[in-house]
Design a protein around this ligand. Structure first.
Ligand SMILES: Cc1cc2nc3c(=O)[nH]c(=O)nc-3n(C[C@H](O)[C@H](O)[C@H](O)COP(=O)(O)O)c2cc1C
Length: 228
């Protein structure tokens, strides 16, 4: 499965069956964790066979059967939330391509301190539930390209493809508070894209933006533009 196919087929899944993740798949995910932790200066950890984080009243009954998750940890500095989103989504899409399901989780989990390490100066931003889904997830309504960008018949096809992929990104409560603006080349001939956040009372807009930017890049092609 390509990244674009994973983007198309991913849905948030909240119900999982009681089946451990194959050791070979854990090894592939661990390699990718090592890669993104290095690239993004993060401390993401994969926790397996640990059912307590998503049990009890903290889980509000939304999740069931979760016993594997990524603990999304990083040093508390500048753009941590956006980096967690940008690199975490790479793990989500890899998991999807391996036949696993995921759900980003902002609040509804218990903090199981002995299951992962949060060193001094680090922060646990959120979790990503992981496993074999018991249902395919649901189709949620998305915004249109014109609501989140200046995409038009006049903007390049790669930009419009990027916006289409960003619209499929998971966001907290499906808020989609991001915006992509295409800026035509000046004398230097470089196409530029400005990605920004819109106001939200719920928060998580930095994290959502990181996720959406990864989707955008994957479809638009990093070689076609520079971020502003
Ligand atoms: C940062 C973030 C936090 C989220 N937190 C939760 C959560 O606490 N509980 C939950 O059920 N879903 C949570 N979600 C999943 C979103 O509700 C979901 O991505 C959105 O409704 C779009 O659906 P989709 O992922 O199936 O496309 C979260 C998603 C993101 C990106």
């Amino acid at each position: 499965m390509t990244i674009l196919e994973a983007i198309q087929s991913r849905r948030s899944v909240r119900k999982y069956i009681d089946r451990p993740i194959d050791k070979a798949l854990v090894a592939i995910l661990q390699d990718k964790i090592d890669e993104v932790n290095k690239a993004g200066n993060l401390h993401i950890q994969l926790v397996t066979d640990e059912p307590r984080a998503f049990k009890g009243k903290m889980a509000y009954g939304t999740f069931s059967g979760v016993s594997n998750y990524f603990a999304m940890v990083g040093k508390q500095e500048g753009d941590l939330s956006e980096r967690i989103g940008y690199y975490g989504e790479q793990l989500v899409l890899l998991a999807q391509s391996l036949g696993l399901n995921t759900c980003w989780v902002g609040l509804t989990y218990n903090n199981i301190k002995e299951a992962y390490t949060v060193s001094p100066g680090e922060k646990l931003c959120c979790m990503i539930a992981l496993g074999h889904g018991d249902d395919p997830g649901r189709n949620v309504k998305r915004k249109t390209a014109s609501q989140v960008s200046n995409a038009s018949d006049d903007t390049p096809a790669w930009f419009n493809d990027g916006v289409a992929a960003a619209l499929l990104a998971p966001t907290a409560i499906n808020q989609q508070k991001f915006h992509f603006e295409y800026i035509a080349p000046g004398p230097d001939g470089i196409h530029r894209v400005k990605a920004s956040r819109r106001f939200s009372l719920v928060g998580y807009t930095h994290l959502d933006l990181g996720i959406a930017k990864y989707h955008f890049e994957a479809a638009a092609g990093k070689e076609n533009f520079e971020w502003i």
